[in-house]
Design a binder for this molecule. Structure first.
Ligand code: GDP
Ligand code: IMO
Ligand code: MG
Length: 426
């Protein structure tokens, strides 16, 4: 069985928790895009784990984890993540594999990311991890992959890249990098990580032919996708399910299931249009109750009601039939809960997401109002035990999206989850 899990909104939907649950049945868990801009949280009895580059399956014993070729890897961040997990008793060796085709993030990528944010004309509110500049080099064919780190021409290619980037840095008044220091540091990283390197397409296709269960862990979310997100306020990779094929070296026909993860409301970190963003009072309340602070950068997340228009965009792009709804518990105590079903723009009504972020920034949400519920729902484990108004809310979402909600998350812990009967068939 091959299953892709993707985020349906602007990231941070709770993918980490859902992947952790689904990875119980998986043999291999694979990241296929993004990098350490991601922060996937898993709360276990032994503590809270936030994974940035290593697939969330690493927390379950005996599962293999692969960082696919579509991921951009900051080796320093990866080594830190490995060491921190090892310190907490998680075995990494013989369980982690990294594609030899992964592009590498260098210090000049991180600095360029930061300088563009601070001094450029367009502030995206990136995570400043160097993700965009690294993907840009990949597409420009000047990128350096793991396989290149181990080759003779690495020295020359790095020297050229640093020379070129130092020219760009002049325009920002930054002094630039010395080649020797970066070269030596990256040679050390290369040796440290050599034991994990593989051809991920070969490993995965063999596992597929052996009928292994493979779980693909999407990072970010559909609205941050480079092609179908709110461009230019997006990340630099294909966060859609479609990204898994090129990002892991498997064919579209090898994918059997795609599961979407959405929060019971909407959040966004960084800049960019967000119709229906709460005003101060509700924003503060949701940030407090939902602990809406970024798992990677600690920035506060902007919040709003559930937006069925963007969720439908995600259903279409990923052909979703099954979804998981997270953080339903955060809505407890609201007298009424709203769902955005369309946007008003000037005198027009939009049912589909406009491609132009300037237009989106001027859209006003059109809401449906649903009665809320008071009860703390975190202890509930059976769908039928949810308050009637909570079930009505979920059923309205199912109807608006044309999907089945098979998993409902009511707390950050593994057990704080409701599985519909139909979940057994996933
Ligand atoms: P990801 O990037 O999609 O994996 O999501 P993050 O880990 O960045 O953010 C989700 C946050 O919500 C984390 O702090 C989770 O521990 C937490 N979380 C996940 N599911 C639930 C839930 O159902 N209820 C509550 N209250 N918190 C949740
Ligand atoms: P997970 O996997 C939420 C956002 C940044 C910024 C934009 C571009 O945890 O859901 P980048 O550093 O990628 O160039 O930043 O994308 N962003 C995320 N927002 N969750 C994420 O990952 C994100 N990864 C990037 O805040 O707006
Ligand atoms: Mg996150």
């Amino acid at each position: 069985m091959t299953t892709i899990v993707i985020g349906m909104q602007w990231g941070d939907e709770g993918k980490g928790k859902i992947i952790d649950i689904l990875s119980e049945r998986a043999d291999i868990i694979v990241r296929y895009q993004g990098g350490n801009n991601a922060g996937h949280t898993i709360v276990l009895p032994e503590g809270r784990f936030i994974l940035h580059l290593i697939p969330s399956g690493i927390l379950r014993k005996n599962k293999k984890c692969i960082i696919g070729n579509g991921v951009v890897v900051d080796p320093q961040a990866l080594i830190k993540e490995i060491e921190e997990l090892e310190k907490r008793g998680i075995k990494i060796d013989r369980r982690l594999l990294i594609s030899e085709r992964c592009h590498i993030i260098f210090p000049y990528h991180r600095i360029l990311d930061r300088l563009r944010e601070e001094k450029g004309v367009l502030k995206i509110g990136t995570t400043a991890r160097g993700i965009g500049p690294c993907y840009a080099d990949k597409v420009s064919r000047t990128g350096i992959r793991f396989i290149d780190l181990y080759s003779k021409d690495f020295k020359e290619r790095l020297r050229n890249n640093i020379r070129e980037k130092n020219e760009i840095f002049k325009a920002y008044g930054f002094k630039g990098f010395s080649f020797n220091k970066v070269y030596e540091q990256y040679q050390e990283f290369a040796e440290r990580l050599r034991r994990y390197i593989c051809d991920c397409s070969v490993v995965l296709n063999r596992a597929i032919s052996e009928k292994k269960n493979i779980l693909f862990e999407g990072a970010q979310g559909t609205l941050l996708d480079i092609d179908y997100g709110t461009y230019p306020y997006v990340t630099s990779s294909n966060a859609l399910a479609g990204g898994a094929c090129a990002g892991a070296g498997i064919a579209p026909t090898s994918i059997e299931e795609v599961i979407g993860v959405a929060k019971a409301y909407t959040t966004r970190v960084g800049e960019g249009p967000f119709p229906g963003q709460f005003s101060d009072r509700l924003m503060a309340e949701f940030q407090r109750v939902g602990k809406e602070y970024g798992a990677t950068t600690g920035r506060s997340r902007r919040c709003g009601w559930f937006d069925a228009l963007i969720a439908r965009h995600s259903v279409r792009l990923n052909n979703l039939k099954t979804i998981a709804i997270t953080k339903l518990d955060v809505l407890s105590g609201q007298r009424s809960v709203k769902i955005c079903t369309a946007y008003k723009y000037k005198n027009k009504v939009f049912k589909e997401l406009p491609a132009d972020s300037r237009v989106l920034a001027q859209c006003r949400p059109i809401y449906e109002n649903w009665a809320g519920w008071e009860e703390d729902i975190s202890p509930i484990r059976e769908y039928k035990d949810l308050p009637q108004n909570a079930r009505r809310y979920l059923e309205r979402i199912e109807q608006l999206l044309g999907v089945e909600i098979k998993i409902i998350s009511v707390g950050s812990q593994r057990e704080e989850t409701i599985f519909k009967e139909s979940f057994a068939k996933i």
